[in-house]
Design a protein around this ligand. Structure first.
Ligand SMILES: O=C[C@H](O)[C@H](O)[C@H](O)COP(=O)(O)O
Length: 229
């Protein structure tokens, strides 16, 4: 998606921000467009406080003068704005392409509302074309991977479950965990898959966000559209 479309979606999301709000700040190139638009508004006097979902977003927001807090300091938020890798029916999402899914999900769950910003290519009739990121602890990695394969086989897993790499080393999340990317191609039952993955020891969190987003702002060549669950 072009930076321009990302910015258009972020601009619409910004109209939902009110003075005094406690904001969850998402991660990824689209969420960054939102943070970049928020910075000048804060400099012009908009009083908000942000809880970042990654070290990367924290650094960007701080560089723009946005006041930040931890989720421990502000455990209840008004609104989270974040991107997504896929937006499916009823605003079920796949997230975690940028490796921030754990903090993103905790922050979204602590927010009264979550607005997803994306380009129209992210909207799908069925989730699964984007490999599902699953955050796991390093201990027992292969046992956890096999358990994921065993549970997910009946729920649409078609391809490999691969350890995400950063160059020649495993990618490490902000929480010090690893990411397994699972190639489903189709996820016909997201709720059942979410439940199955959550029950696997060693699996910290998965990238299925179900029932969390209350609005999607989708920018396409023909304009911006709003999707509700
Ligand atoms: O971990 C990363 C996040 O879930 C992102 O929101 C997601 O990957 C979308 O990123 P982008 O806006 O760069 O496509």
């Amino acid at each position: 998606m072009s930076a321009e479309l990302k910015r258009k979606a972020a601009e619409v999301a910004l109209t939902h921000v009110r003075p005094g709000m406690r904001l969850g700040l998402g991660t990824g190139s689209t969420a960054e467009e939102f943070v970049k638009l928020l910075g000048p508004r804060v400099a012009a006097g908009l009083d908000v406080i942000g809880v970042p979902t990654s070290e990367r977003t924290a650094a960007l927001a701080a560089s723009l003068g946005i006041r930040l807090a931890t989720l421990d300091e502000l455990p209840e938020l008004d609104l989270t704005i974040d991107g997504a890798d896929e937006i499916g029916p009823r605003l079920a999402l796949v997230k975690g392409g940028g490796g921030a899914l754990l903090r993103e999900k905790i922050v979204a769950a602590a927010s009264a509302r979550m607005i997803v910003i994306a380009d129209s290519a992210k909207v799908v009739a069925e989730l699964g074309a984007f490999p599902l990121p699953i955050e796991v602890v390093p201990f027992g990695l292969e046992a956890t991977r096999r358990a994921i394969v065993a549970r997910a086989a009946a729920l649409g897993l078609e391809g490999p479950v691969r350890l995400r790499m950063a160059g020649d080393r495993p990618y490490l999340t902000d929480g010090g965990h690893l990411i397994l990317d699972a190639s489903f191609r189709r996820i016909p039952q997201p709720e059942a898959l979410a439940l199955a993955l959550s029950g696997i020891p060693g699996c910290v969190e998965h990238g299925l966000f179900i029932g969390l987003a209350s609005l999607a702002v989708v920018a396409g060549p023909g304009g911006v559209s709003l999707l509700e669950p």
